[in-house]
Design a protein around this ligand. Structure first.
Ligand code: NAD
Length: 331
């Protein structure tokens, strides 16, 4: 059993913790809390052990039994998954090094914090690593579909535009709420980030923030070395792990309907960890392949975090880890 601690119990951390609880080869040691709130109250009700960041805790804990402090969680864990907000992982890294605990970081941290990771693309390269970085939700989404295209047809170059959700659904602080906001730096950081996973890929990305909380959407144009057919591209995406092909004929015409669909599937929190490609948007124009995909930002990186734990421990190979993760999460 791999002993895993989760540091930062927010959007990503609470989903990673739930996914760890589903694994037969992992034990959730506990999660950190830096203040009492409904999330921590719920974790406690689920039987998850709580390790406050500050020792002694400055805030009242409303009857929650405290299992230890941050150092205790790190000491008790073989691996910690650091899901703190952007930039905090760097401060925490020294603590993990000190205790000899491996760590998985998230895409908000820079690529120098650990080896960048997307399961299907570079699992073997990170096996045994002490520090791994699961790349952002957008980068993970891009890599999931571009990698199999590159393997099958050879990519000459890519242009992708990200239409990004303004905030997560629970977030009352961020926007826009009534504007489309272009990212005024090109390329956006997503293209260079994809190259931390697929180094030789020629990719240029642009990005627009939109007033929605549900999902991101990517419009992608890929110049290939050879000419595919639309049916071949659909088949390729259907065969690719963690990619779901969705259809207008099923009444799935929008991100709203994808989210409703994932709830109807009975997914935990209504999550859709698969990247969804509309079959109806796949077009071929000479050697150019075009398609549109939707990315559920809150959940697409969760299976990657679980695989990264196994990769860091070297406890199983890529295909076996993907199989174990996906079957446990109903993907
Ligand atoms: P979040 O704000 O939802 O959660 C962060 C959690 O960390 C909160 O519970 C907060 O209380 C806690 N925290 C804050 N300071 C802390 C500290 N010093 N020590 C321990 N815990 C602390 O953030 P999130 O959206 O889950 O993002 C976490 C990471 O995941 C970031 O790197 C982000 O870029 C990345 N990410 C986010 C999304 C997304 O859409 N939300 C998607 C993919 C990757």
């Amino acid at each position: 059993m791999i002993k895993v601690g989760v540091v930062g119990y927010g959007t990503i951390g609470k989903r990673v913790a739930d996914a760890i609880l589903l694994q037969d080869d992992m034990k959730l040691v506990g999660v950190t809390a830096n203040t009492y709130n409904y999330r921590i109250k719920t974790a406690h009700q689920k039987g998850i052990k709580i390790f406050p960041i500050d020792s002694p805790p400055p805030t009242p804990w409303y009857g929650i039994e405290i299992a230890g402090d941050f150092d205790d969680l790190v000491k008790l864990s073989d691996v910690v998954v650091d899901c703190t907000p952007k930039g905090i992982g760097y401060n925490n890294k020294e603590r993990y090094k000190y205790y000899g605990t491996k760590a998985i970081f998230q895409g908000g941290e820079g690529p120098d914090i650990g080896k960048s990771f997307v399961s299907q693309c570079n699992y073997d390269e990170v096996v045994g690593s002490d520090f791994i970085r699961v790349v952002s939700c957008n980068t993970t989404g891009l890599c999931r579909t571009l990698y199999p295209i590159d393997q099958s047809y050879g990519i000459n170059k890519v242009h992708a535009t990200m239409i990004r959700r303004a905030a997560d659904p629970w977030d009352i602080y961020h926007g826009p709420i009534n504007a489309l906001v272009p990212h005024l730096v090109v390329p956006s950081h997503h293209g260079p980030d994809v190259r931390t996973i697929i180094p030789d890929l020629e990719i240029f990305t642009t990005s627009i923030s939109a007033p929605t909380t549900l999902m991101h959407m990517h419009s992608i144009a890929v110049d290939l070395d050879s000419e595919p057919t639309v049916d071949e591209a659909i088949w390729l995406f259907k065969e690719t792990p963690r990619v779901r092909v969705v259809h207008n004929s099923d009444g799935i015409r929008s991100t709203a309907e994808i989210m409703e669909y994932s709830s109807d599937l009975g997914r935990s929190r209504g999550d859709m960890p698969e990247v969804c490609v509309w079959s109806d948007t796949i077009g071929v124009w000479g050697k150019k392949l075009l398609y549109i995909q939707a990315v559920h930002q809150e959940s697409d990186v969760i299976p990657e975090n679980i695989d990264a734990i196994r990769a860091s421990m070297g406890s199983c190979n890529k295909n076996e880890s993907i199989r174990l993760t996906d079957s446990s999460m109903g993907i």
